[in-house]
Every structure is written in structure tokens, then in C-alpha cells.
Design a protein around this ligand. Structure first.
Ligand SMILES: *Cc1c(COP(=O)(O)O)cnc(C)c1O
Length: 348
């Protein structure tokens, strides 16, 4: 029986046609700016988001941290949601790279509002405060269970940022999930954000890579910082080709992942050991166990015994992620396994 890996959408393997596209890539030395496939990925993705330029990097952590570092002069403050990836899961990089302080705001499933952000901006001209420079949003929001922003809310937030002269960065690790789920247009994003980080190695199924998007001047500065990080790379076109293939072939199908996530949530809802589910908006299903019925450790080990991997997500929470390598047959196997997890003879 094939393993069903629901831990993350990062676990996908390149398919034979993606590998063929990688093998056929035209490459050159990207530090000399001579890799045509990297160039094509950067320029085409930038155009797709209404941005002037792009920078291909190995990870979303690198694209986020480069952007934050580039936006923040010394003694800055960054506003973000309390469970934002840039704060929670990037090794404290805001402190280390940008040496900036962070104003954390509690979001509704990771979403911030314009008025919350306006209320967190430091008054200027007071010697006690750092200077607020940057607002970071995350769409979809990982910890918020793949939640998406409404367009009108993004417009309001961008207006507040602009009014106060703040830069606005989007951690768009799963931006294509948000676009597919909401029908928003990628080109419009460039009108609101100063920089966007897009991951190719999440739901899009490329083995490696993220692209940072912004103005030409901003990207030039980030390219220098990427070199400082040791991230200047050479024939990266082989990897860029996987990203181009993913953008061509794997965007529309994200709707299948969203449908499967909704089916998983439906199957979980009546189970006595499930205390709470964050209704899936995209491909993440986050649910809380009633641990008097089933502990997280037992849940994960009993799933694993049936060839199914999932992630503990802190406290009593568990996360399932649907992706390119999860088929309807696999989904049926998971749904069949779920009711048995709390063990026979246990109180229902
Ligand atoms: C995965 C992820 C990233 C980047 O992760 P890398 O593993 O560094 O590529 C950034 N933000 C969010 C919301 C993510 O889920």
C-alpha cells in the first residue's frame, strides 16, 4: 500500500514530465545573470503578479527574510500576526537579519484588519519608540488553517500602510491556493504589495524554490543580500524549469486539493474524538482532538500504523494537508481509517 503523506504539501516528488522539463532546461551561471531559465521564471512570475522584477531563491524563509531585511532600516519595527510564519517558524530571523522589533497582533485565523494595524503603528517623533516600517501579511495563513483574505480587506490594509509610509510584504507561500479559492487576480496583487514571496515547492509541486517579487530597485538590493546569505547560485535553471512547469501545469488543479480537504473535514466532523475543526478554505485541515478520547500521540501513531502520516500542530491540534501526491483513492483510505482511530470498545 502506498504511503499517504498528509504532513505537508512540501513532500511532493517531481513527476516524470516535470523531471523531463528540468533535464531539457537551458542553463547558465546565474551569478553572472546568464541563466535564461531562471530569468524566464523571474520575469514571467513578476509579470503575473503585476510586479517589475523577481528573484529566485531556494526557500520561502530566504525570500521572506531578504524582503524584511531590505525593507527595514536599523531600529525598525515589523507588524505581523502573532502566529505568522515569518515570526514563528523562521528561527527568529527578523531579530537576527533585520535586527528589528516585532509588534504581534492577534488575528482571526491569522487575518489582520486595517484598524488593528493602524492601532499598532508607533507615533513618530517620540524617542522611546522604534520606527514602524513594515507590515507582513500571510495569504493563505498556515497556522490559521489555510485561511484567505478577502480582497476588500487587503485594499483597506494597503491604504493604511500607504498613508503611514509603511512597506507591505506578502508571505505568499500558498498564494496560488488563495487565488484559486477566491477567484482573485494575481495581477492585482502588485498594485497593493511592495513585495511578495511565492513558494513553488508547496502545493505547486516543484522540488525546490521560492520567488521574491518587487520593484527592480528592491530586487537589486535583495540580490546583493542573497549573495551575502551565500545564496548566489549557478546553473539554477534546472530548478527554475521545475517551477515553470509547475506554474504551467499545477495551478488550476489546486481546486482538487481544496475539494479533498473539504471532504476530510466532513469525515472528521461527526467523530467523537474531534473537538473542533477550522473549516477548510483551501488545502489545510486543522482540527483539535478531545484528548480524553484520543491523544495526539495515539492519533499520529495509529495513523502511521495504517501508512498515513499527519502532523501534530501544537497542543491538541493535528494538521492534514492535501496536495499533488494525494489521490482520491488515498483519500478514501484515510476516510475509512478515521472512525477506527479511537479504538474499538472505547466510549463513543
Ligand atoms: C512553508 C512556508 C514558508 C517558507 O518555507 P520554506 O520551507 O522556507 O520554503 C513561508 N511561509 C509560510 C506561510 C509557509 O507555509
Amino acid at each position: 500500500m502506498p504511503l499517504i503523506d498528509l504532513r505537508s504539501d512540501t513532500v511532493t516528488r517531481p513527476t516524470p514530465p516535470m523531471l523531463a522539463a528540468m533535464q531539457a532546461a537551458a542553463v547558465g551561471d546565474d551569478v553572472y545573470e546568464e541563466d535564461p531559465t531562471v530569468r524566464e521564471l523571474e520575469t514571467s512570475l513578476a509579470a503575473r503578479f503585476g510586479m517589475a522584477a523577481g528573484l529566485f531563491c531556494p526557500s520561502g524563509t530566504m525570500t521572506n527574510q531578504l524582503a524584511i531585511m531590505a525593507h527595514c532600516a536599523p531600529v525598525s519595527e515589523v507588524i505581523c500576526e502573532a502566529s505568522a510564519h515569518v515570526y514563528l517558524w523562521e528561527v527568529g530571523g527578523i531579530m537576527h537579519h533585520a535586527r528589528a522589533s516585532v509588534a504581534l497582533l492577534p488575528g482571526e485565523r491569522g487575518r489582520l484588519t486595517a484598524s488593528q494595524i493602524a492601532g499598532a503603528i508607533r507615533p513618530t517623533g517620540n524617542v522611546h519608540y522604534p520606527t514602524t516600517r513594515l507590515v507582513c501579511l500571510e495569504n493563505t495563513h498556515n497556522r490559521g488553517g489555510g485561511s484567505c483574505y478577502q480582497w476588500a480587506d487587503l485594499v483597506e490594509i494597503a491604504a493604511v500602510a500607504k498613508q503611514h509610509g509603511l512597506a507591505l510584504h506578502l508571505d505568499g507561500a500558498r498564494i496560488f491556493n488563495a487565488l484559486v479559492a477566491t477567484g482573485q487576480r494575481s495581477e492585482d496583487y502588485g498594485t497593493l504589495f511592495d513585495s511578495i514571496s511565492v513558494c513553488l515547492s508547496k502545493g505547486l509541486g516543484a522540488p525546490v524554490g521560492s520567488v521574491l517579487l518587487g520593484s527592480q530597485e528592491f530586487i537589486n538590493g535583495c540580490k546583493r543580500l542573497r549573495k551575502l546569505f551565500g545564496g548566489g547560485w549557478r546553473q539554477a535553471g534546472y530548478l527554475a524549469a521545475a517551477g515553470l512547469f509547475a506554474l504551467e501545469n499545477n495551478v488550476a488543479r489546486l481546486a482538487d486539493d481544496h475539494r479533498r480537504a473539504a471532504q476530510l473535514a466532513e469525515a472528521l466532523r461527526p467523530l467523537p474524538y474531534v473537538a473542533e475543526i477550522l473549516a477548510p478554505e483551501t488545502n489545510l485541515v486543522i482540527f483539535r482532538l478531545d484528548e480524553s478520547h484520543l491523544t495526539v500521540a495515539d492519533c499520529l501513531s495509529r495513523l502511521e500504523a495504517q501508512g498515513i502520516k499527519a502532523s501534530g500542530f501544537g497542543g491538541s491540534w493535528v494538521r492534514f494537508v492535501t496536495h499533488l501526491d494525494v489521490t482520491d483513492d488515498m483519500l478514501a483510505r484515510v476516510i475509512a481509517a478515521l472512525p477506527e482511530l479511537a479504538g474499538a470498545g472505547r466510549p463513543a
